[in-house]
Design a protein around this ligand. Structure first.
Ligand SMILES: [Zn+2]
Ligand SMILES: [Zn+2]
Length: 220
């Protein structure tokens, strides 16, 4: 399993980054990105702390830890600058908190994240076909979410993304240890969304590309 969207207690997750990574390794994960919620108030605080922790864990553990952020509920007009700041501060995976149906995320947020070329647009809700095509063009991966509160439009997203050949990834959006999933559960989940073996393999490959890990295991 490669999971590029998870939260630690540096935002609203319940585990320390180290325990989150340890529990993921125990689940059989190859790689995990820690992508805590950030806005203008905490982005400069969160990134260096996650980056430092990942660097140390990568020295000692086989699982690859990747420092990231999830830019969350900020004005769409400010997204471009914040993405740039995140990358400059050391975030290797920048996730955009997309227009989920379960929160009042401002309309135009999906588009702004795609234009800003985040790595992953998370839980994009009822994303329009135009934005899906733009995501493909800009190389932004669209997220299938295993998180229940965001997951209702998954089937629609898969259908539209396959139609427009836009790249998909599966993430758990883990906040607590019980949210982590193993390969078997991932495959069952994706099968339930109508994906076949080829479709699932492509999604795993996409995650691998973003995580920069080879099939044989983590690289340095
Ligand atoms: Zn989110
Ligand atoms: Zn999240």
């Amino acid at each position: 399993m490669i999971d590029l969207h998870t939260h630690s207690l540096l935002s609203d997750g319940v585990l320390l980054p180290s325990e989150l990574v340890r529990r993921a390794e125990e689940k059989g994960y190859e790689a995990i990105a820690i992508t805590d919620h950030v806005d203008f108030s905490n982005i400069d605080f969160v990134i260096p702390r996650i980056a430092k922790t990942c660097k140390i864990l990568n020295k000692y553990w086989k699982i690859k830890s990747i420092p990231g952020v999830e830019i969350t509920h900020v004005p769409p007009e400010s997204i471009k600058g914040l993405v740039k700041f995140a990358r400059g501060a050391g975030a290797k995976i920048v996730v955009g908190h997309g227009e989920t149906i379960s929160e009042p995320v401002l309309s135009g947020t999906n588009r702004a994240f795609i234009e800003a070329r985040v790595d992953i647009l998370a839980h994009p809700g009822m994303i329009c076909a135009e934005d899906i095509r733009l995501a493909k063009k800009r190389g932004v991966f669209l997220e299938i979410t295993a998180r229940k509160s965001h997951s209702k439009p998954n089937k629609r997203l898969v259908k539209l993304a396959l139609k427009h050949k836009a790249p998909l990834v599966l993430n758990t959006d883990t906040h607590a240890p019980c949210d982590l999933i193993d390969d078997e559960r991932r495959n069952r989940f994706l099968t339930g969304l109508g994906l076949d073996g080829n479709g699932i393999r492509q999604i795993v490959r996409n995650s691998r590309v973003l995580a920069k890990v080879r099939k044989s295991g983590p690289t340095s």
